[in-house]
Design a protein around this ligand. Structure first.
Ligand SMILES: [Zn+2]
Length: 306
């Protein structure tokens, strides 16, 4: 991802409102809406044709999450897998009618670096069309499966813009054992210029611990670390003037979903502390203030069409 021209989207100082306290309105809570069998990069990864034969858990799990969001009065960003939106359009309709921001997680959960630029354009365009046909509104946001944007996918932002997307939250600015990760990426939101227009990029949030970037705000680490530590690291990020992007999956509040055969380390990372996810989500929604990507972009006044 070298040679990508970008500029800062959210000036750190702009986030400091009252006396340098930055703890208002600057977190985005995101959900990647997919099923329990959409875990990338497993040796026995299932094909799209096989997905239809498996017992789906996504509807119940996602609806349970919608209830939590409604109870807390928080609008979140929903990155729908196109396959899920096609199979369960009512989930998209429910989230949309409840005021959540609707975005795309691609169609077939294929990792970006496993696709050609042309395959990628087809996958993200298909998902965009499916979701737009359900809501009747443009889908502007994208998140890559497994944060699989790497140095091997320099065409990523251009293809996103070509498909009509305007913001992205796929960059994981730390190394990851599975999936993507970009060691040299920006830690703050920025605007990427491409031949097809501009993309506002919201990287996953990391806090530095002894110089090492660690994401406390989603995935295995959110489940593994105790909540007081997650909160402390979150406040540290906000004090630095950066928004926090939290991320969860519907399966993470489902203690009884079928398990997939995988190595013991991978199993630990995929399933550790599932019982803590729901209470942690509730505490996060209580303790932090939330906005959406669309609102952050509108407030920044630097995005392409503004
Ligand atoms: Zn995913």
């Amino acid at each position: 991802m070298k040679n990508v021209e970008s500029e800062i989207l959210v000036e750190p100082k702009l986030l400091h409102g009252n006396g340098g306290r930055a703890r208002s309105e600057k977190c985005v809570f995101t959900v990647d809406i997919e099923d329990w069998f959409h875990i990338p990069e497993l040796p026995m990864a299932l094909s799209v044709a096989e997905w239809d034969t498996l017992p789906s858990h996504v509807s119940g799990n996602f609806r349970a999450m919608l209830e939590i969001f409604a109870e807390k009065g928080v609008s979140v960003t929903c990155f729908f897998l196109g396959w899920v939106a096609q199979k369960f359009p009512e989930l998209v309709k429910e989230a949309w009618s409840q005021g959540h921001e609707i975005a795309s997680h691609g169609y077939a959960h294929t990792l970006v670096y496993q696709m050609t630029p042309e395959d990628f354009l087809v996958d993200i365009s298909k998902a965009k069309n499916i979701i737009e046909n359900i809501t009747g509104a443009p889908v502007l946001g994208y998140r890559a499966p497994g944060f699989s944007v790497t140095d091997d996918t320099p065409w990523f932002f251009e293809k996103l813009a070509e498909a009509g997307y305007r913001f992205d939250s796929s960059i994981f600015p730390a190394s990851r054992q599975y999936g993507g990760g970009l060691k040299t990426a920006n830690f703050t939101p920025s605007v990427i210029n491409t031949a097809y227009g501009r993309i506002a990029e919201f990287p996953m949030t990391v806090a530095h611990v002894m110089g090492r970037p660690i994401c406390f705000f989603g995935g295995g680490y959110l489940r593994l670390f105790p909540y007081p530590l997650i909160k402390k690291m979150g406040m540290r990020v906000l004090d630095q003037g950066r928004p926090i992007i939290f991320y969860v999956h519907p399966r993470e509040i489902d203690l009884h979903h079928p398990r997939i055969a995988m190595s013991s380390i991978r199993r630990f990372k995929s399933y550790v502390n599932l019982r803590t996810t729901r209470p942690k989500i509730e505490k996060i929604l209580n303790d932090f203030s939330f906005t959406t990507f669309g609102k952050l972009i509108a407030e920044s006044k630097v995005h392409g069409e503004h």
